[in-house]
Structures are given as structure tokens and as C-alpha cells.
Write a protein that binds this ligand. Structure first.
Ligand code: DQA
Length: 146
């Protein structure tokens, strides 16, 4: 069995569809999950799709992905701009890591320009709304080694 693609989302993304729709759109996280599922299954890959508001839980899941995943897509949301601990956890992974954002943080407030994730990612996909997740899963599947 090929290993699954992990897609992890961080804080406040459970409110997708309700939260600042002018920035993040009307699609819910469940809608995004279905898009990711379709992309992964087109490549014969299973998908693990999770969201948490807790930094510790996100890091536990990164550790799990280290053992279990073929590749990791992560939208760390606000923690991407703040978490050295998440940076350190991601640095331990020997698999493709895609830093994914719905919006384009580089075109927003200056505090969103710093990222603790992108320096330890294989690549970054941002600014395409739910399609950012789809493109990230596509990249994850094509980069995945096992
Ligand atoms: C986000 C961008 C972050 O700056 C923000 O804190 C989020 C969502 C995005 O997907 O565009 O919560 O990661």
C-alpha cells in the first residue's frame, strides 16, 4: 500500500466559509477536503485530512506524518508566522513538505510576510483559495517517493 498524503490545517481554518469570506472565500474546510480527496485518489493515494486549533496537536501530527506520510501539505495558518517549535518539527521530516495558503500572505500585512514554515518546505502554494490545497496535493503526490 502506498503511504497517504497528510494535509494538516492550523488555527481558525475550521471557520472557513464564515471567517473573512472576502479573503478566504465561502467554501468550507469540508469542501476543501473533498477537493483534496479527489486529487489524491486520482494518484491512487489515500488522504489524511485534519485541522486543529492547538499548536501542540499540530506538532504531534507532524511527528506522526514523519513516520506515516508519503508527503505533507501544511497550512499552519497563524502558527506559520510565529512557531519556532513547528519549524523545528518540520525540519525533522525527510519527505516532501508543501507550505499551503488560501490567501497570498506576501500581499497582506507585513506580520504575515515572515514564515517559519517556508524555509523548511519543498515549495509554497499560496493565493489561489481552495485551489491552493488542490495544487499542493497534486505536488505532494508527484513528489512523493513511497
Ligand atoms: C492563511 C494565511 C495566514 O496569514 C493566516 O493567519 C491564516 C490563513 C491562509 O491560508 O491564507 O489563518 O494561512
Amino acid at each position: 500500500m502506498p503511504k497517504p498524503i497528510y494535509v494538516l490545517s492550523g488555527p481558525n481554518l475550521n471557520l472557513l466559509g464564515e471567517r473573512e469570506p472576502e479573503i478566504y472565500g465561502r467554501a468550507t474546510l469540508a469542501d476543501v477536503g473533498r477537493l483534496c480527496e479527489a486529487r489524491a485518489s486520482a494518484h491512487g493515494r489515500a488522504l489524511v485530512f485534519r485541522q486543529t486549533n492547538s499548536e501542540g496537536e499540530l506538532i504531534e501530527w507532524v511527528h506522526e506524518a514523519r513516520r506515516e506520510a508519503a508527503a505533507l501539505v501544511i497550512n499552519a495558518a497563524g502558527y506559520g508566522h510565529t512557531s519556532v517549535a513547528l519549524h523545528d518539527a518540520l525540519k525533522t521530516l525527510a519527505l516532501p513538505v508543501i507550505d499551503c495558503h488560501l490567501s497570498n500572505p506576501a500581499a497582506r500585512e507585513s506580520f504575515r510576510h515572515a514564515s517559519y514554515v517556508s524555509p523548511v518546505a519543498s515549495g509554497v502554494v499560496s493565493g489561489f483559495g481552495p485551489m491552493s490545497y488542490e495544487l499542493s496535493v497534486e505536488a505532494a503526490c508527484r513528489l512523493a517517493a513511497d
